[in-house]
Ligand binder design. Structure first.
Ligand SMILES: Cc1cc2nc3c(=O)[nH]c(=O)nc-3n(C[C@H](O)[C@H](O)[C@H](O)COP(=O)(O)OP(=O)(O)OC[C@H]3O[C@@H](n4cnc5c(N)ncnc54)[C@H](O)[C@@H]3O)c2cc1C
Length: 403
């Protein structure tokens, strides 16, 4: 037992979505929370993420952040598939990409940060370097700050989680490459898009561009089939070169978009991966969000799932009155099936983009131009919504704020 919750100190690694969401709930249940974030400041901007279905919307309402999120929503409308000449071929359902409410990831992080900053200790520009657990707690060492003691340590630090490597072992045991890479960066709105997106696909490659920040800019998004590539995760110059070489001469607006890539302020590049773990908790450590179960960016589920996970983890800790063993076991039980459903969604989409079977590959090659016309597009939107809704939020004890 950890005893009095107001005396329980919890360290969260990562201040994006899962970390601040967990800080929010833990504070409401009376815990003392510190969040450490590797970046020097809250990372802004980024790509659009969405929430869909009753589970997500109820959770946002319970947190009291829905109004702020709606104020900052992207207001994205249709995405059109185009041919190589830019002719609009077919409109995809609005909610397939934008859900019920869509917001830039950095804006969401800002909303969650504002909701927690007064009651949470935030440390930017630092990272856990190592941690030792004993019977009473965890001694955490930082890259810059002095060592400190905590009762629990939670990793909400993404696919390449430091907490996971410290407490569970190396990344290659858990991170499964789905055979695709993804890049995204901010570009000028030279196509004059108005709350809309365009997508151009060829077998194993998709380029899409959608307007953002009231059409003052766009996000250029690239997916391409590729085995695990040979580059360092922080070597942006090499990553840009890989993207340029892969997509040069791809057709449609690809080359002009690639020209803008070199000066882009926020280039992001990573493999499209999932995280699979038999357990998300060990001793006084727990993982949350992409660090624990990343369903991949193609699932469209990662953000809602990270926030539902934060709600459940904090709720179970409160229900167990701080007994982390009981709470962690309940957290795993509660979320396993929901997480698995969301991961399946991500696997399904990646298999369509990089088919494993030669027969499916042949079929898709022949029919690629037809895919947007097929009834599947409506079914896809329904299926994503069904996956997002396949969970029942527990009420947990009515949270009371500490004075
Ligand atoms: C291109 C793209 C498009 C996406 N589109 C969607 C979408 O449409 N819908 C959707 O729901 N989801 C989408 N996602 C997924 C979504 O972004 C993630 O699932 C979600 O952000 C997970 O949140 P998280 O807080 O768990 O992890 P992250 O957002 O990855 O945050 C991890 C945080 O930890 C920090 N960190 C890392 N290492 C350390 C360390 N050592 N110490 C301290 N801090 C550290 C990072 O700087 C970061 O702030 C998309 C992702 C990508 C890449």
């Amino acid at each position: 037992m950890l005893g009095d919750m107001t005396q329980t100190k919890i360290l969260i690694s990562g201040a994006s979505v899962a970390g601040p969401a967990l800080a929010y709930w833990l504070h409401r249940y009376g815990y003392r929370v510190t969040v450490v974030e590797k970046a020097p400041d809250l990372r802004g901007g980024g790509y659009a993420v969405d929430f869909r279905g009753d589970v997500h919307m109820t959770m946002l309402r319970r947190m009291g952040v829905l109004a702020d999120i709606e104020r900052l929503r992207t207001r994205m409308g249709a995405t059109w598939y185009v041919n190589s000449a830019g002719k609009r071929l077919v409109k995809m359902p609005d909610d397939l990409f934008a859900g019920d409410v869509e917001i830039l990831r950095g804006d969401l992080a800002q909303v969650l940060y504002q909701a927690t900053r007064d009651d949470t200790e935030y440390i930017f520009g630092d990272s856990i370097s190592s941690a030792e657990e004993d019977a009473d707690g965890v001694t955490v060492h930082f890259e810059r700050g002095d060592p400190r003691r905590f009762d629990l340590v939670i990793g909400a630090d993404g696919v390449h989680s430091k907490v996971r490597s410290v407490a569970f072992g190396p990344e290659d045991r858990y991170v499964k490459h789905l055979g695709l890479h993804c890049a995204i960066f901010t570009a000028p709105n030279h196509l004059g898009l108005s709350y809309s997106g365009l997508a151009y696909s060829t077998p194993g490659k998709v380029v899409s561009v959608y307007s953002a920040r009231d059409n003052t800019e766009t996000k250029a998004l690239f997916y391409f089939a590729s085995p695990a590539a040979d580059y360092h995760r922080h070597d942006v110059a090499r990553q840009k070169k890989i993207l340029a070489e892969t997509f040069r001469g791809n057709g449609w607006e690809t080359d002009p978009l690639l020209v803008t890539m070199w000066d882009s302020p926020d280039f992001y590049f990573d493999s499209v991966s999932q995280v699979h773990m038999d357990t998300w908790t060990r001793g006084r450590f727990a993982l949350l969000g992409d660090a624990a179960w990343c369903p991949s960016s193609l699932s469209g589920m990662g953000t809602g799932l990270a926030m539902v996970g934060a709600y459940v983890l904090a709720g179970e800790l409160a229900t167990a009155e701080g007994d982390h063993r009981t709470a962690f076991a309940a957290y795993e039980r509660e979320l396993r099936a929901y997480v698995r459903g969301c991961q399946k969604q991500g696997e399904g989409v990646s298999r369509l983009m990089v088919p494993e079977s030669p027969v499916l590959a042949w079929f898709l090659r022949l029919n690629f131009k037809l895919i947007p016309y097929l009834p599947w597009k409506g079914l896809m939107a329904k299926s994503v919504r069904k996956t997002a809704s396949a969970y029942t939020l527990k009420p947990y004890t009515t949270p009371t704020r500490r004075p």
